[in-house]
Design a protein around this ligand. Structure first.
Ligand code: NOJ
Ligand code: CA
Length: 558
């Protein structure tokens, strides 16, 4: 597919703007303080007006919610707290009728420990076909008291858990790369492969446009499950030996999933959540017979620095062009500190303490962070390819740092030995109204107080509400709506060529077809070209002067 084909001719996923919904935190239709399917449906008009092309819904399946749905107990139903399968079907249909595609989240690396397969595996005992669907192994040491290898879980602690066998004695160990309640599946087992294929067809039959694939670089583990070779130097460089990520076997799976997607009409797609680097490794997930998109996470680890950002853009575009795939920009999601805080404090999503991941709140300049986050949004919406947005970023909400410790729910909090508050700070339920009734309009239950939402909302949360920004010139919501509307009408945006403009070392600037240019100024104020007409900007502009940290979309008139 040539990227030069016109917007109508090329598949929608080459340049879609996809909006991520965290269902627990979007809108609560029945007053219990938990977001749900009907809540999302009630907000379809808002999403339509925002101007996005697709929504991706984080897992909405039955789940004990140890990792808020990323621990799936049944891939073919809806979590009762969120509603019913019939309601989900209606939502998919209504979204489609409005021209909004809907993508669901698939979690193939692990199930919930409540999944009937895992429960059967516990009962069936060592050597059984039931155990073979997961990664059970005997322990090391004389009595098997030691874990099978030295792998650590992503959330902290040992990646192996020992089970009690039918005789009441400690027995085998099972692998969980994430929480204890998320046992890893064995992807060498044909039943696992077949089941996930059935799951894809189940949702495709119901009209979903595609899938977001959780931990898409997981699933296969290096043969023999070898110990990690600890090498501090490699760790510094990010090149340490990781025998459970980015193994060759995943690509065979994606080749067969691509065939399934292609067997349905309407350009169905899948996007990989593959935390791999460099960009050439990401490109392997989007070869022409594999997946269509792979999140580009480079911007989640970037400093607010023109040179770094320009290099990352070049590397990403070059690597993906090699395989003919579009880039998929991401500045926010439910796993990372909000871009307002990240871009102001220079956070690179590293470290395993609250301070290293969230930075020092005393140093935070919210106004500057907000401007940078807005500029970053204009930049990604103007770059070639597609963009994934995360609920709340259109309001420029900052990271929430004041959730009381006894209300934190992310498994990372406990598994880090209470040293890292985890990811709850970017998952606080959406503020829809400045009035605190119904948890700032999150819930239809007017008597629900902000602190009674499933994750408590702070008293200041309403200042970011949709109704305070709706129709207000210069608000972040207005900027997103305006930019998305311009993007829709501008044939040269989305997929297609770009040319760098040289505008000084502290400026990222590029031109797109149609005499369209985007400028982002990281340094002292600069002058935009005298023939530029500003279409939208991330902050106020007087005359042609582009202030520090500000971005502008301009038309270069001849
Ligand atoms: C990545 C998801 O985005 C994250 O929220 C989850 O905790 C892990 N995968 C495990 O499923
Ligand atoms: Ca609810």
């Amino acid at each position: 597919m040539s990227p030069l084909a016109s917007r109508k001719e090329r598949p929608w996923w080459r340049d879609a703007v996809t909006y991520q919904i965290y269902p627990r935190s979007y809108a609560d239709s029945n007053g219990d303080g938990i977001g749900d399917v009907e809540g999302i449906r009630s907000r379809l008009p808002y999403l339509k007006q925002l101007g996005i092309d697709a929504i991706w819904i984080s897992p909405w399946y039955p789940s004990p919610q140890h990792d808020h749905g990323y621990d799936v107990a049944d891939y073919m139903d809806i979590e009762p707290d969120y509603g019913t399968l019939a309601q989900a079907e209606t939502l998919i249909k209504e979204a489609n009728d409005l021209g909004i595609k809907l993508i669901v989240d698939i979690v193939p690396n692990h199930t919930s420990s409540d999944h009937k397969w895992f429960q059967a595996a516990l009962k069936a005992g060592p050597g059984s076909p039931e155990r073979d669907r997961y990664m059970f192994r005997d322990g090391k040491g004389p009595n098997g008291d030691l874990p099978p290898n030295n792998w650590e879980a992503v959330f902290g602690g040992c990646a192996w858990e020992r089970v009690i066998e039918a005789d009441g004695k400690p027995g085998q160990w099972y692998l969980h790369l994430f929480a204890v309640e998320q046992p890893d599946l064995n992807w060498e087992n044909p039943e696992v492969v077949a089941h996930l294929e059935d799951v894809l067809k189940f949702w495709l039959d119901r009209g979903v446009a595609g899938f977001r694939i959780d931990v898409a670089h997981g699933m296969f583990k290096e043969k023999g499950l070898p110990d990690i070779r600890k090498d501090p130097a490699a760790s510094m460089l990010g090149t340490e030996h990781k025998p459970f990520w980015d193994q060759e076997g995943v690509h065979d799976i994606y080749r067969s999933w691509r065939k399934i997607l292609d067997s349905y009409p309407g350009d169905r797609m899948a996007v990989a959540e593959a935390w791999v680097s460099p960009s050439e490794r990401i490109a392997r997930y989007v070869r022409s017979d594999e997946l269509q998109n792979s999140f580009n996470f480079e911007m989640l680890t970037t400093l607010w620095d023109a040179k770094e950002i320009k290099t990352k853009i070049n590397n990403s575009i070059d690597a993906l062009e090699e395989v003919g795939a579009p880039t998929s920009w991401v500045f926010n999601n439910h796993d990372v500190v909000r871009s307002v805080d990240r871009l102001d404090l220079g956070l690179t999503n590293h470290g395993d303490t609250t301070l290293s991941r969230q930075g020092d709140p005393k140093k935070l300049n919210i106004a500057r962070g907000t401007l940078r986050a807005r500029s970053a949004a204009l930049m990604t919406l103007a770059l070639p390819g597609g963009t994934y947005l995360y609920q709340g970023e259109e309001l420029a909400v900052p990271e929430v740092r004041d959730i009381p410790e006894d209300r934190l729910t992310d498994p990372r909090w406990k598994m880090s030995g209470y040293s890292d508050r985890g990811r709850d700070g970017c998952r606080v339920p959406m503020p829809w109204t400045s009035n605190p009734a119904g948890a700032f309009g999150f819930s239809t239950n007017a008597s629900l107080k902000p602190e009674q939402a499933w994750l408590p909302q702070s008293s200041w949360w309403g200042t970011y509400a949709v109704d305070t920004q709706d129709g207000v010139e210069g608000s972040t919501l207005s900027m997103y709506r305006k930019a998305l509307a311009i993007r829709k009408g501008e044939e040269g945006l989305g997929d297609g060529p770009m040319e760098w403009i040289e505008a000084g070392k502290d400026v990222v600037a590029f031109e797109r077809p149609g005499d369209f240019a985007c400028y982002i100024n990281f340094g002292a104020p600069i002058e935009l070209p005298s023939n530029s007409q500003v279409l939208v900007s991330s902050g106020p502009i007087t005359g042609h002067t582009l202030p520090t940290d500000t971005a502008a979309w301009v038309r270069l008139v001849s």
